[in-house]
Structures are given as C-alpha cells and as structure tokens.
Design a protein around this ligand. Structure first.
Ligand code: PRP
Length: 212
C-alpha cells in the first residue's frame, strides 16, 4: 500500500487534529509526545505518514505533493494562496482575522488616510485594504508579536488573528474591523485527490462525521 502523507500545522491545531485522527481510527501516539525531536512518524499498519511543520509551510508541502493531505488554518491558506483543494472545515482553531489598533485609530480607517499596517499576513492585508476598502496603505511585514507595532509607533494599525482577545486587551488595543472568520481546514493535493481518491474521500467522510 502506498503511504498517505499528512502535514499538520505545529501547535494547537496539530494537537486537536491528532486527537481527531485518533478518534477516527488513525492513531499516531508517538507524535503526541511533546518531548520528541523526531520530524516524521509512520503508522505501518495503516500506511500513514505524518509530520509537523510551521503552519505557513503546510500549503507548500501539499501543493508540491510532498504531503497528500494537510491540516492548517484558513488564515494561512488565504495568505499563501497555494493551488490545492480545501475540502473540510474542522470547526476548531476558531478565531477572526481583524484590523486592530488603539481605539483612536478607528478614525484613520474611516477617512481613507494612508496609514501603515503591520502584519504577518501581507497578502491578506493588501487584499482587504486595496480591494475591499479601496484605501491606500503601507504594509509592513512582521514575523510575530505584531501587537507591538502600534504601541511603539511602527504602524497605526495591525492585521492579525484574534482568538480570545487577551493579547489585545493586555496591550491597550482593540478590534477595529473584522476581515473574516478563521478555523482549521483540511486540504488535499490536487493529483493525490485523483490518484488516491477512494482512500482520501473515506478519510474526509470519517473526519466530517467526527466533527459534525
Ligand atoms: C497569535 C496572534 C495574536 C494572538 C491572539 O499569536 O498573532 O498575537 O495569537 O490570541 P489571543 O486573542 O487569544 O490573545 P501567536 O501566539 O501565534 O504568536 P506570535 O504573535 O508571536 O506569532
């Protein structure tokens, strides 16, 4: 049997996905050990391989067919814009993509001023401001702790995901506009979907039943 390979976005999404895989008869016990430094795991009996990767790399592995199936947030899928099939919303990892900043920054969004927007999601931010709001902005790419940007004067606002809202609250920031909801999605390589259709469709059906 040919292996089916899964790429999972490291962190909370992977933990929830591994629980779900276990519930649907695809246990990968070794992978749930938080101390392991191993990168790829195999279930010989079921013909499965799974690996964890940085979330922004999951769509890349899946587009190139290095993984047949991926589990990754909708935020990353939208940002990466890779060619793959998005087949299932798993309903966990829920959060929102938002424009955030100090409450006073709301004015800048109304009057179409040229403002600076710091974000880990430059494509998403560009699309929102240019195509939806028709506002000219300067996008500043950051790699983390984006909430710092308006506090230290790097930008007027940020585009980032908000889950509990704690990071914003603890830093005196607020949601100014909501861009879109986000949750964990299952994605499939386009060739794998054709070549291993029956096997992949069964997995999707089982996952769908388990999350519905
Ligand atoms: C994410 C996101 C926010 C925070 C939102 O950051 O970029 O900073 O979580 O969560 P909250 O609304 O529950 O506070 P992450 O923890 O991934 O770290 P990073 O900013 O360094 O990427």
């Amino acid at each position: 049997m040919k292996y089916l390979t899964f790429a999972l976005a490291k962190g909370r999404l992977a933990r929830e996905a591994l629980q779900l895989f276990e519930d649907t008869g695809m246990p990968m016990k070794e992978m749930r050990d938080p101390d392991t430094r191993k990168l790829i795991f195999t279930n010989e009996e079921l013909g499965l391989k799974m690996f964890l990767s940085k979330s922004s790399d999951v769509p890349t592995y899946v587009e190139y067919g290095a993984a047949d199936i991926g589990v990754v947030g909708k935020d990353t899928l939208t940002e990466e814009g890779r060619k793959l099939y998005e087949v299932l919303d798993l309903g966990f990892g829920k959060c929102s993509m938002c424009v955030c900043g100090p409450a006073e920054a709301a004015e800048y969004l109304k009057h179409g001023r040229t403002i600076r927007v710091a974000t880990k999601y430059p494509n998403t931010a560009r699309d929102y401001f240019y195509n939806k709001k028709h506002q000219t902005v300067e996008i500043i790419k950051l790699h983390g702790s984006v909430e710092l940007a308006p506090i230290v004067g790097l930008s007027e606002v940020i585009v980032d995901i908000v889950q509990t809202g704690t990071t914003l609250k603890e830093n005196g920031l607020t949601v100014l506009e909501e861009i879109c909801p986000v949750s964990a999605r299952v994605v499939v390589n386009q060739v794998s979907m054709k070549m291993q259709n029956e096997r992949i469709m069964k997995i999707i059906r089982d996952l769908k039943e388990a999350v519905s």
